[in-house]
Design a protein around this ligand. Structure first.
Ligand SMILES: NC(=O)c1ccc[n+]([C@@H]2O[C@H](COP(=O)([O-])OP(=O)(O)OC[C@H]3O[C@@H](n4cnc5c(N)ncnc54)[C@H](O)[C@@H]3O)[C@@H](O)[C@H]2O)c1
Length: 285
């Protein structure tokens, strides 16, 4: 029996430039988790195509990348709009012919409406900001990835798509749909060289989700809020995205990884600093 690594296992020649020569599209790549992904991918040698609704955020990240010696281009687009996505794809494909990595990162938990107060209009808004654009952008680039011999798709969704989310079931359903779309894409296009994986985010400090302001008096409770005992940061999401986008994960596809400080794993149990033990029925922690 041979244990020799066959030629179809991609070789990693430079571990400090895991995306050298690759072209990556990052939606919402101007700030928050998307901004951290754009910067880390550029640091690892990718040319990053930032698809961002906010011109200032796009420009700031572009400047950061260029100042660090990386390569990027910014596109001011609303990925919910078909015409904008068509314009993005036209510009990117004209420049590069195809792409190697697609990160669908845009998403939002707002407008947050408890189900009984929600309406068909809020459901539609949830759909458009969390799911519809994942179809639109993937549809716009997938053929070019296949034509190039393959690539990696990384979809940011939420831990709320991987567990019961009592606060907003429509948001939870949209995120679960992104996770399952990811799994189905992987199953359908693996033989064409496409890998697809998702990230179920939780507890990450970003412009959208500010876990600090207004919670200063409760910082000591992090050990009861997350098994790792602290808040998470965009760079920590970006590192997992780098793993999934690069050949580090060449035999990983169809999976959804919670990047949540352990909240999915520890769901239902809370560490009580006062009691010094785990409780599943907190009475004030
Ligand atoms: N931060 C968290 O703790 C957390 C938790 C669960 C899920 N998520 C998910 O992670 C992803 C990133 O979240 P974040 O916290 O970094 O968000 P964020 O709002 O801080 O950043 C999103 C970026 O996308 C841009 N953007 C927004 N709408 C856009 C559109 N229509 N077209 C193009 N660009 C657009 C924004 O300007 C911003 O730069 C989202 O899918 C979100 O639902 C985040």
């Amino acid at each position: 029996m041979s244990t020799q690594q066959p030629e179809d296992v991609p070789a990693i020649s430079d571990w400090s430039r895991l995306l050298a020569g690759k072209v990556a599209v990052v939606t919402g790549g101007g700030d928050g988790i998307g901004g951290a992904i754009s910067r880390l991918f550029a640091q690892h040698g990718a040319t990053v195509e930032i698809a961002e609704i906010d011109a200032d955020r796009a420009e700031r990240t572009l400047r950061d990348i260029e100042a660090a010696g990386g390569r990027a281009h910014a596109h001011v687009v609303d990925v919910r709009e078909e015409d904008d996505v068509a314009r993005l794809a036209k510009a990117v494909l004209a420049r590069h012919g195809g792409i190697d990595v697609l990160v669908n990162n845009v998403g939002d938990y707002r407008p947050l409406a408890p189900f009984l107060q929600s309406t068909p209009e809020t459901w539609d808004a949830m759909y458009r900001i969390n799911l519809h654009h994942v179809f639109l952008v993937t549809h716009a680039f997938l053929a070019s990835m296949i034509a190039r011999g393959g690539g990696s798709i990384v979809n940011l969704h939420s831990v709320e798509g991987m567990r019961g989310y009592p606060g907003e079931p429509v948001y939870g359903a949209m995120k679960a749909a992104v996770a399952h779309f990811t799994t189905c894409l992987a199953a359908g296009h693996g033989r064409q060289g496409i890998r697809a994986n998702g990230i179920g985010t939780d507890l990450c400090q970003t412009p959208q989700v500010d876990y600090r302001t207004g919670f200063e008096a409760s910082e000591h409770l992090w050990p009861s809020w997350a098994p790792v005992g602290r808040l998470g940061w965009p760079e920590e999401q970006a590192r997992v995205a780098l793993f999934l986008a690069s050949d580090l994960s060449s035999y990983v596809t169809g999976h959804n990884i919670p990047v949540d400080g352990g909240t999915k794993a520890g769901g239902g149990w809370f560490f009580s600093p006062a009691a010094g033990r785990f409780v599943n029925r907190p009475t004030g922690l």
